[in-house]
Design a protein around this ligand. Structure first.
Ligand code: GLU
Length: 518
C-alpha cells in the first residue's frame, strides 16, 4: 500500500539554527507539500550536555519567520507525540526497543570504564591501528555481555553498575542502501564501530532515538544534511535488527553549503566574520553574544527562502524567482545536486532586490512608514511615501535603503563637493536663474511638463544636459547623482523646488568661493 508521505525536521537544540538547517527544513517542507504529505518538527534533545537554553524557541521562531509551518510536532502537537525526545525518554519509549535488540543478540551491555576504554585505544595505537574503535575485533577483549558470563552480567546489572548498550555490528558484510540523491551507498561493516545506543544516564543516543522515532512517527523519507550520511548504514542495520525493514524510510542526504570561496563548509562562525549573516534571525547566546540574522538585516523572508532553495537545487529552467507555493510545485529531489553549493552573499542581496522591486509602491510605503517616523521626517500623506518608494526602489536592496537619501523629506544642508568643484562653473548661477523663471511659469508642475520645458530651455540656449543638470541637482538635492530630477521636482512641488534653488544659490556660491580660495 502507498504510504502517506511523512517527513521530519529533527534539529538538536544545541544553538541557533544555521541557514543550512533552515534549508534542510525547507526541502523537507517542500517535499511534503508537493506530495500532499505531512511535515513534522521533532526536537532531538537527548544529549543533555549540549543543550543550549533558548535554542528551541529560536528554532520555532526562525521557522515561523520563514513560513515553514509544521503540520505536526513541537509547538503544534499531533497524534504521534510527544515530539521532544527528552519527553519520549521519560515515557519509556526507547528502553523496550533497546531490550529487544539485546534479546535478539544485535546489541549488548558494555561495562567498560572510561579508563579501560582509553587503555584499549592506546593498546591498539601501539599495535599500529590508526583509528582505534570499539568494534567487531576489539569488543572481544572488553568487559561486555559478549565476553562475560550470563551470571556475571546479571550480577553487574542487579548491582546497578554503570553500563551502556552497544550495537553489535556484523562481521564482514556489505551494507547497502539507495540514497535518493547519491544513488547506491555501499559500506563494509569493517568500517563501522559498535556505537553506543543507550547511555549510562538512561538516555538513548541520537542513532537509537532517531530510528525509533522515525519508525513510530511513520516517517517515509529522511531528508537531512550530508554530515549524517555516515550514520546511514547503522540506521539501515537498526531497521533490520528491529524487524522494520518493510517500512524503512527512503534516504536523501543533501549537499553541503560551502563558504563563498568554495573552501570548506559554511560554519556558524563564518557569518559575522565574512560580513553576512549565517542565521535566519538574530541569535542572542546565553552569554549575551549576538550573532546577526537575515530578518534583522532587512531581508524579506520570501527572498531568504528563495535564495536558500537555490543552494543545492535548481528548477532546470532559467526562472529564479519563486514563491513558497511556486517552490512547492517545482521542487523535486532529483534536481538536488550531489556537490556542495557555494554560498553567494551578492546573489542573496540580488534576491532581496527582486522582491523589493516586485512590491507595489503602496506596499513599500507601509513598510517604510515606521522608519520615516523614527527619523522624524514629516510628509503630506501615504501617496507621497509611495512616490518616494517608486523613485528610490531601483537603487535599493533593503527597505531601509529607500531612505538613504533624505532630500525628499528635508532641504539639503550639505552639497556634494565633487560636483561643486567640477560642474559648478562661473555661468552656472545665471543659467539656473533663467531656468528658475521657466520652472516658475509651469502651471501644472508634473514630471512630464518639467521635462518638456527643461529640454526646450536647453535647446533655445544651445546648452547640453551637462551644463545645467548637475548644478540644478546640487541645489535641489545636495547630491551629485540620483533618480530623475523631473520626478524629484514634481514630488517636491513647485514652491519647494524654487525655495531650494533660491536658498541654495547663496550657499553654494559661498562654498564655491571658499573652495577656490582654500
Ligand atoms: N538531530 C539531528 C540534527 O541535529 C538530526 C539528523 C537527522 O535528521 O537524522 O541534525
Amino acid at each position: 500500500m502507498e504510504r502517506k508521505v511523512r517527513v521530519r525536521f529533527a534539529p538538536s537544540p544545541t544553538g541557533p539554527l544555521h541557514i543550512g538547517g533552515v534549508r534542510t527544513a525547507l526541502y523537507n517542507y517542500l517535499f511534503a507539500k508537493k506530495h500532499g504529505g505531512d511535515f513534522l518538527l521533532r526536537v532531538e534533545d537527548t544529549d543533555q550536555t549540549r543543550y543550549v537554553k533558548g535554542a528551541e524557541d529560536y528554532i520555532l521562531e526562525a521557522l515561523k519567520w520563514c513560513g515553514i509551518t509544521p503540520d505536526e510536532g513541537v509547538g503544534v502537537g499531533g497524534e504521534y507525540g510527544p515530539y521532544r525526545q527528552s519527553e519520549r525518554k521519560e515515557a519509556g519509549i526507547y528502553k523496550k526497543y533497546v531490550d529487544q535488540l539485546v534479546e535478539s543478540g544485535n546489541a549488548y551491555y558494555a561495562f567498560d570504564t572510561s579508563e579501560e576504554l582509553d587503555q584499549m585505544r592506546e593498546n591498539l595505537k601501539a599495535a599500529g591501528v590508526a583509528a582505534p574503535q570499539y568494534n567487531a575485533n576489539s569488543r572481544n577483549s572488553m568487559k561486555n555481555s559478549l565476553t562475560l558470563s550470563a551470571e556475571e552480567v546479571q550480577k553487574r546489572l542487579d548491582a546497578g553498575e554503570p553500563h551502556v548498550v552497544r550495537v553489535k555490528i556484523p562481521r564482514n558484510e556489505e551494507i547497502k542502501f539507495q540514497d535518493l540523491i547519491r544513488g547506491w551507498v555501499v559500506v563494509h561493516s569493517a568500517n563501522l564501530d559498535d556505537k553506543v545506543l543507550f547511555k549510562s544516564d538512561g538516555m538513548p543516543t541520537y542513532h537509537m532515538a532517531n530510528v525509533v522515532d522515525d519508525y513510530m512517527m511513520k516517517i517515509t523519507h529522511v531528508i537531512r544534511g550530508e554530515e549524517w550520511l555516515p550514520s546511514g548504514p547503522l540506521h539501515v542495520l537498526l531497521y533490520r535488527f528491529l524487524g522494520w525493514e518493510d517500512v524503512m524510510p527512503e534516504f536523501a542526504h543533501l549537499p553541503l553549503i560551502l563558504k563563498p570561496d568554495g573552501h570548506g563548509k559554511l560554519s556558524k562562525r563564518d557569518g559575522d566574520r565574512l560580513g553576512f549573516p549565517v542565521f535566519p534571525i538574530e541569535w542572542k547566546a546565553p552569554d549575551g553574544e549576538i550573532s546577526s540574522g537575515y530578518r534583522e538585516a532587512g531581508y524579506f523572508s520570501e527572498a531568504h527562502i528563495n535564495m536558500l532553495a537555490f543552494l543545492g537545487w535548481n528548477p532546470g529552467t532559467p526562472q529564479e524567482i519563486f514563491s513558497l507555493e511556486g517552490l512547492t510545485e517545482a521542487f523535486t529531489l532529483e534536481r538536488v545536486g550531489k556537490s556542495g553549493a557555494k554560498f553567494d552573499p551578492d546573489k542573496t542581496k540580488w534576491f532581496n532586490e527582486q522582491y523589493l522591486r516586485a512590491k507595489t509602491n503602496e506596499e513599500l510605503a507601509q513598510l517604510v512608514k515606521p522608519l520615516v517616523e523614527e527619523k522624524g521626517y514629516t510628509y503630506s500623506n501615504d501617496d507621497f511615501l509611495a512616490s518616494v518608494c517608486d523613485l528610490m526602489k531601483e537603487r535599493a536592496t533593503f527597505v531601509q535603503d529607500l531612505l538613504n537619501d533624505n532630500y525628499l523629506f528635508v532641504a539639503p544642508t550639505a552639497y556634494d563637493e565633487k560636483t561643486l568643484r567640477k560642474k559648478w562653473k562661473e555661468n552656472t548661477p545665471s543659467i539656473i536663474n533663467e531656468l528658475r523663471l521657466i520652472l516658475e511659469g509651469i502651471s501644472d508642475f508634473n514630471s512630464t511638463n518639467i521635462e518638456t520645458e527643461f529640454k526646450a530651455f536647453l535647446e533655445r540656449n544651445e546648452l547640453g544636459f551637462g551644463a545645467v543638470l548637475p548644478g540644478f541637482r546640487l541645489l535641489v538635492t545636495g547630491a551629485g547623482m540620483g533618480p530623475s530630477m523631473f520626478d524629484i521636482c514634481s514630488l517636491l512641488g513647485k514652491e519647494e523646488t524654487l525655495a531650494r534653488i533660491d536658498s541654495g544659490l547663496n550657499k553654494v556660491g559661498q562654498l564655491k568661493e571658499a573652495l577656490q580660495n582654500g
